[in-house]
Design a protein around this ligand. Structure first.
Ligand code: ADP
Ligand code: ASP
Ligand code: MG
Length: 403
């Protein structure tokens, strides 16, 4: 008897037919003798609908109340799913984050899971019920609902699989695996049979929305066998594991992230401690900085440019403007119309020339590069947002990733 964790995203439970279809599919696994824990997202675009509604009522809704609202999306899905099983004569129970006791950090809108009490779930499994858990939500130390960030249901599923020592964690979605690039954007994108945790983590962090990046982080940490597959067909999917078979490729995938803003602080004094002061200010606002570029000092001054997530752009700019004097800077400018394009692959570790090839293909497409950053297994460039899709296609073609 196996314990299977199965997560279904918004499209997969988007309407009545899909809910019944998912219920039938899980019922078959249950009838074969397996124990099933399901994790569900809100139906279709319900989370977007709720966010939009909140902003119609108040353009700047209190974060606590927003999370309170958003958790209703997932709660609707799990209750309906349990009703579907009841109609089929199969025992099941729906549980929200409170009932399971999913403890998270304090912060609303982007909380991290700290601990999951598994007693209730284990008890329900022992009585052979299918357990259906709300994704994306948790409870903080004030007994308030929190949410884990957009796409966070994947992380709920992996965390549950780790806590319950499940035999597998399947992420069912609207594509049939992880592709070399978003198959909705890049022509010829190819499905991968397997990919390593590290490569997947980079792709997810750099914009491949197919998995929430923290779910990959957790899967690696707890060695959870993770599979991404389609909820609409039986095709094999993509296995994410510690060491994936190398397909002889330099690059395994291309990702794009439009959720970024570039900030440039101009005319900073060229002396020790300046970068520290600037980034200390930003970090005190709880803002993550991504790419950083510092110009060579000239005439006693220098410029520092960096990128932050779009949601944090305004806060960062305001903080710098307020502190221009104490930072000894002349001015600050920003550009919200930018994207990051990354190529990722463990194969590039021992092969020089990947960055040059990336720059060449962008040059051939007439795409200008604003910033560059690299690691052992990735090259990232910042470009104008209007060029995003073209740049992805160009990089995908240049590295021979197509089918
Ligand atoms: P769900 O609601 O099931 O969580 P998401 O929309 O979060 O689904 O993730 C699936 C989507 O991720 C796909 O529809 C696809 O457009 C997008 N995507 C981005 N990059 C990739 C990739 N490399 N491979 C597969 N899908 C990708
Ligand atoms: N419903 C949430 C979202 O749309 C969480 C998820 O789907 O994973 O972001
Ligand atoms: Mg998702």
């Amino acid at each position: 008897m196996k314990l299977l964790v199965k997560k279904f995203g918004g499209t997969s439970v988007g309407d009545k037919e899909r809910i019944l279809n998912v219920a039938r599919r899980c019922a078959a696994d249950w009838q074969a003798g397996n124990n099933i824990v399901m994790v569900l997202s809100a139906m279709g675009k319900q989370t977007d609908v709720l966010i939009d509604l909140a902003h119609q009522i108040n353009p700047d809704p209190p974060k606590r109340e927003l999370d309170m609202l958003l958790t209703t999306g997932e709660q609707t899905s799990v209750a309906l799913m349990s009703m579907a099983f009841a109609g089929m004569g199969i025992p099941s129970v729906s549980l929200n984050a409170f009932q399971v006791s999913m403890h998270t950090t304090r912060v609303y809108g982007n909380a991290r899971l700290k601990r999951i009490d598994t007693d209730r779930i284990e008890h329900e499994i022992e009585s052979r019920k299918i357990v259906i858990v709300t994704g994306f939500q948790g409870v903080n130390k004030y007994d308030d609902y929190t949410t884990l960030g957009r796409g966070g249901s994947d992380t709920t599923a992996v965390a549950l699989a780790a806590a319950l020592h499940a035999d597998s964690c399947e992420i069912f979605t609207d594509v049939d695996g992880v592709y070399t690039a978003d198959p909705r954007i890049v022509k010829g994108a190819r499905k991968m049979k397997e990919i390593s945790y590290d490569e997947m983590l980079d792709l997810a962090t750099l914009g491949a929305g197919v998995l929430h990046n923290r779910s990959v982080e957790l899967a690696k940490k707890y060695n959870v066998p993770l599979i991404v597959r389609s909820s609409l067909n039986e095709s094999e999917g993509t296995v994410i594991k510690e060491v994936a078979k190398v397909e002889g490729m330099l690059v395994s995938g291309v990702a794009a992230d439009k959720n970024t803003t570039r900030i440039s602080v101009l005319g900073l004094e060229d002396r020790p401690g300046v970068a520290f002061k600037l980034f200390d200010l930003i970090s005190k606002k709880n803002i993550n900085v991504d790419m950083i570029l510092q110009s060579i000092g000239r005439d006693g001054t220098k410029d520092i440019s960096f990128t932050v997530g779009s949601d944090d752009g305004q806060t960062a700019i305001d903080a710098i403007r307020e502190n221009l004097k104490s930072l000894h800077a002349k001015d600050v400018s920003f550009n919200e119309n930018v994207s990051k394009i990354s190529v990722v692959g463990a194969g590039m570790m021992s092969s020089p020339g990947v960055a040059a090839k990336m720059f060449e293909c962008l040059y051939n497409s007439g795409i200008n590069i604003n910033m560059i950053s690299t690691s052992e297994i990735r090259v990232t460039v910042l470009i104008d947002r209007d060029d995003t899709d073209r740049a992805m296609q160009a990089a995908h073609d240049a590295f021979g990733l197509e089918d």
